[in-house]
Design a protein around this ligand. Structure first.
Ligand code: CMP
Length: 140
């Protein structure tokens, strides 16, 4: 299996709960390395751009409002099969459907406030990483 990268966001519900370290432990215990990390307040422009593929969804406004409501931690994660591995570590989008031990089962409040984002493909991971990090920020 090839080593690859994925993009992660620890969302405002999790930073509000002071859960960055707890979530990072689940990520590291799951076999991924945090090779870049920055705490930011996402702007409306950044959030609208990041979630542009969801612009027509009924929850888009709510999603952008939530993602700009408090600090987030943007991350680059590296490991074997990073994209599917992180999606497994996060659990289902809806925490009510997430497996035991996953980030969303452990920490998330609802489908909207679901503690973590992870890329859904290697192609999107590269696009999402480039929105927040330059290569010089990433130390594998
Ligand atoms: P994320 O992986 O960040 O990508 C899109 C986000 O939209 C998703 O996680 C959820 O947090 C959010 N989302 C998906 N479905 C709904 C919904 N029905 N209501 C509110 N937010 C949603």
């Amino acid at each position: 299996m090839a080593v690859s990268r994925t993009f992660s966001i620890i969302k405002p519900d999790a930073t509000a709960g002071n859960l960055t370290g707890a979530i990072n432990k689940v990520i590291e215990d799951g076999g991924l390395r945090i090779i870049a990390q920055r705490r930011i307040r996402m702007t409306q422009v950044q959030a609208e751009r990041f979630y542009a593929m969801h612009a027509e969804r009924p929850f888009f406004g709510e999603l952008v409002e939530f993602m700009t409501s408090g600090p987030v931690v943007v991350q680059v994660l590296q490991g074997e099969n990073a994209v599917p591995r992180y999606r497994k570590i996060m659990g289902a989008t809806n925490p009510a459907e997430a497996d035991e031990g996953t980030i969303r089962k452990l920490f998330a409040k609802s489908i909207g406030e679901n503690s973590a984002h992870g890329s859904d493909s290697d192609e999107n991971a590269a696009i999402e990483i480039a929105q927040f990090f330059s290569e010089g920020d990433i130390v594998g």
